[in-house]
Design a binder for this molecule. Structure first.
Ligand code: LLP
Length: 421
């Protein structure tokens, strides 16, 4: 459930009409609902309330400082994958001991930053990285908590570009070699082995791959303990999918996911970390856009809107579907019309949806792309020199711009022309 509903014939974010935001901030603009974020975070907490746990929000899904502050104030930890994300989490007030650092290519500079600023744990993804971190930590006189990310070779049954748990993927160390790698980790200075980490992919709509992966983690944990390792923490990654289509079977709920975790690893008496991103923020956001032109093609009509692939890349990149809805509620039984909804960018890939069923639209009409809160604004760019899309957070009957649209002067000022030109 989210808080984007029609009230008095107009689509609202909580108690704010989206048309008010469009009038005051302009379009395109991302709009997030604080109540939805809060609710979704609570569902994960509830799903794990049978054990010690930390829900670490995957910062990559939405890294706006206001979103991170809201999550952090609710008690969330953060899963970060770069210096920038680490600094954002800290700037949002999240203490280092609630931040886990994931990612296959952490640089020495990034690891140093996190050791200096405080870190809950590094999730190590390879032996060279493990050795580099050991050397660095030892040289700084520090001992850092680590979990090793294992690749369980499980098919997540999701889009190939966001599956991470098969042996052909670049992530983690093969689970078959884990015993050996943990033995080396235990010998290395500067590292304290605390746990096992796994993440098999994103937008999973079936619990079976999670179950398979977590069972393998449980088995490994037993084997590692038998070798004398103190495994007290399991980081089980993120990946639980969301409904992108209102008319479809909904994916499993966080509470069901929590049960799978309990069944697979509950007996191990470990603290559980999870790293959900999309499931918390995906349906807590929409991208609001205005129709620039309605263009009649030879055999179809195009709705040319002022949002484009640079603002919401998912359809162009993954063929992803986002429900598109009019901001003015269509009357009961109103005729629908098929439109190809496209942006102004000079690529045919800049198509959000073909034959979207919408009421008759006119230039100046507003539409919303639903389920756009995760991997939306964070993947936006200024391609075609379109200003980076702004973001707004709604709470109840008020809203705030949480990232302003840059002016053209600001955009141009970031470049410089060398004196010899
Ligand atoms: N933890 C790790 C180590 C991850 O790599 C990811 C996502 C997550 C947690 C969070 O997964 P989530 O709960 O959000 O599914 N840009 C793509 C999604 C990429 C996901 C990458 N890793 C998209 O738009 O679908």
């Amino acid at each position: 459930m989210d808080h984007f509903l029609y009230k008095n014939g107009a689509l609202h974010a909580e108690d704010v009409p989206l048309s008010c935001i469009a009038a005051q901030v302009g379009t395109p603009v991302y709009v997030y609902s604080a109540a939805t974020l809060t609710r979704h975070f609570g569902l994960f907490r509830q799903a794990l309330d049978w054990t010690d746990h930390l829900v670490c929000f995957a910062v990559k899904s939405n890294s706006n400082l206001a979103v991170l502050k809201l999550m952090g104030d609710l008690g969330a930890g953060m899963d970060v994958v770069s210096a920038g994300e680490y600094l954002r989490a800290k700037a949002a007030g999240v203490p280092g001991d609630r931040i886990v650092f994931s990612g296959v290519g952490k640089t020495l500079a990034e690891m140093r930053l996190a050791i200096e600023g405080g870190i809950r744990q590094f999730n190590i993804e390879s032996e060279p990285e493990m050795r580099a971190l050991s050397q660095l930590a030892a040289s700084m006189g520090a001992t850092v908590p680590v979990a090793i990310r294992v690749n369980p070779d499980v098919d997540a049954k999701t889009h190939e570009k966001i599956a991470t748990g098969k042996s052909e993927n670049k992530f983690g160390i093969p689970i078959s070699r884990a015993i050996e790698v943990y033995a080396e980790a235990a010998r290395l200075p500067g590292l304290e082995v605390v746990g096992v980490d796994v993440h098999i992919g994103s937008q999973l709509t079936d619990l079976a791959p999670f179950r398979a992966a977590y069972r393998k983690v449980a088995e490994l944990t037993g084997a590692l303990r038998a070798e004398g390792h103190q495994i007290t923490r399991l980081d089980l990654g993120g990946g639980l999918g969301i409904p992108y289509r209102r008319d479809n079977n909904a994916p499993p709920l966080p509470i069901e996911y929590g049960q799978v975790i309990r069944e697979a690893v509950g007996h191990l008496d470990c603290e559980i970390e999870i790293e959900p991103g999309r499931n918390i923020v995906g349906n807590a956001g929409v991208l609001l856009a205005e129709v620039i032109y309605v263009k009649q093609g030879e055999d179809r009509d195009f709705l040319i809107v002022d949002a484009a692939m640079n603002d919401l890349l998912r359809p162009a990149m993954y063929g992803a579907h986002h429900d598109i809805v009019p901001v003015i509620e269509p009357g009961l039984g109103a005729a629908v019309h098929p439109y190809d909804v496209v942006g102004p960018v000079c690529e045919s890939g800049d198509t959000f949806q073909k034959a979207a069923q919408l009421p008759q639209m006119e230039a100046g009409g507003l539409i919303a792309f639903r389920s756009a809160g995760a991997y939306g604004a964070v993947m936006a760019s200024e391609y075609n020199s379109r200003p980076l899309v702004p973001e707004v957070l709604v709470q109840g009957d008020h809203f705030a711009v949480i990232r302003a649209r840059p002016t053209f002067d600001e955009m141009l000022a970031r470049d410089s022309i060398p004196p010899w030109l």
